[in-house]
Design a protein around this ligand. Structure first.
Ligand code: SF4
Ligand code: SF4
Length: 404
């Protein structure tokens, strides 16, 4: 069924990735692997124009993320304008750059919510995974969040290297007075995909983590709400990605490029427009990029005639592309997909002990530029993690510790 424009819902969620600069180098970073090609960021007035347009179209939730959004000196101005427009504003941050002066100014400007990320419950692993010495600083930021009367919302991305610390992570969250804790297993896109062999947990690890999460849930009830998000690789049905392509979410990248999800720029042959050249309204309703996977006209078999297609809309287009080379395929997480074996193979491959010896790729500007360069010359295949072996080498100034 082709979707006609009168049936397209307005966006409700606007994610503004206001900068790709970041002092951290997380191994699972969701920023595009080629983020370093973006040399410019929208100015304050350009962001304000985006916010006005988004609100006029119906968006009510605003996520301010990056990179590290606190690196923008105009963050308070952006928040203030968003507040006047009536958005509910969520700052998604590593905490680096948060001071008492800034949190006070952000509160005054109307910031509603802060989501603070941790990499682990131990200083050693937190600092290794982010390639920085930031563990103590994050604890100080957590105290500030409490002091300024924000709900304490902690986020920890789980993977094979930290999932066995889940009990300590949850105890740490409890001791900090967290009201919401999101334990999101790494989804294998972008930098996470490059490191998939080292980051995919075993089934045993996952089951144990779920068990411990349930134990905490039972004990703490509503005092600390826990969200445990499974990795797709252990499912047989995909998620309804972004609740549908161009249906609820709109992402604006640091340079103004507008995407239906934050990693969609990886898809070949789709030109995503920028707010510098077109209105947000036109991009959402009219642009070929946003209409590409609306409705179900694009679907191939087995999705096309599948009785379950309304449940998941064929899953994630980016995952389909990464694992099959064709964005129109069913998401291979689905066991009806002819490519489902690729998921099983990845799970088996990731369990090999030799993976522990492979170097991990940290998200750095230098690595991003090198990957782009090699990819443009056809020397890399981004959809496989084989490039790890060819590409990764330790960068200078990065802390490296044993992690098994
Ligand atoms: S995931 Fe880590 S490296 Fe990536 S933007 Fe967030 S804090 Fe920075
Ligand atoms: S075949 Fe396609 S539509 Fe059916 S369940 Fe699998 S991914 Fe979903």
């Amino acid at each position: 069924m082709k979707q006609n424009n009168s049936k397209i819902n307005p966006p409700l969620w606007l994610l503004a990735e206001i900068t790709y600069r970041c002092p951290l180098s997380c191994v699972f970073c969701y920023n595009p692997v080629d983020y370093a090609k973006q040399h410019s960021e929208l100015t304050t007035s350009e962001w304000i124009k985006v916010l006005r347009e988004g609100r006029k179209m119906g968006a009510a939730q605003l996520g301010l993320s990056g990179g590290e959004p606190l690196l923008r000196n105009d963050l308070e101005e952006i928040v203030s304008e968003a507040h006047k427009l009536g958005y509910y504003i969520n700052l998604i941050t590593s905490g680096i750059g948060m001071t008492e002066k800034r949190i006070k100014a952000l509160k005054k400007a109307g910031l509603d919510h802060i989501q603070l990320s941790f990499q682990d419950s131990t200083k050693e692993m937190n600092d290794f995974l982010s390639s920085t010495k930031t563990f103590d600083l994050k604890k100080r930021v957590a105290n500030l969040i409490k002091k300024y009367d924000y709900p304490m919302v902690l986020n920890c991305v789980l993977h094979r290297l930290n999932i066995d610390h889940i009990e300590e992570i949850l105890k740490m969250a409890e001791s900090m007075g967290a009201e919401f804790v999101e334990l999101a297993n790494t989804q294998f896109y972008s930098w996470g995909m490059l490191n998939r062999d080292q980051l995919l947990p075993t089934e045993k690890q996952l089951k144990n983590a779920e068990k411990i999460t349930h134990k905490f849930r039972d004990r703490l009830g509503n005092k600390m709400k826990l969200f445990f998000i499974m990795p797709d690789y252990y499912s047989v049905r995909p998620k309804k990605c972004m609740n549908g392509w161009g249906n609820v979410f709109v992402t604006v990248q640091a340079d103004g490029t507008v995407l239906p999800c934050h990693v969609a720029s990886m898809l070949p042959g789709i030109e995503f427009e920028s707010v510098k050249n077109k209105s947000l309204n036109w991009i959402w309703y009219e642009s070929p990029g946003f209409n590409k996977f609306r409705g179900d006209d694009w679907m191939k078999e087995p999705c096309r005639s599948c009785p379950e297609k309304e449940n998941d809309l064929g899953g994630c287009r980016c995952q389909a592309f990464m694992l099959t080379g064709d964005a129109n395929e069913a998401d291979p997480v689905c066991d009806k997909s002819p490519y489902h074996h690729k998921i099983n193979e990845a799970v088996i491959a990731s369990q090999k002990p030799k993976n522990f010896e492979k170097p991990i790729v940290f998200r750095t500007d230098k690595d991003s530029r090198e990957i782009m360069h090699k990819r443009d010359k056809g020397q890399l295949e981004l959809k496989t993690s084989r490039l790890l072996e060819k590409h990764s080498k330790p960068s200078k100034n990065k802390s490296r510790v044993g992690v098994v």
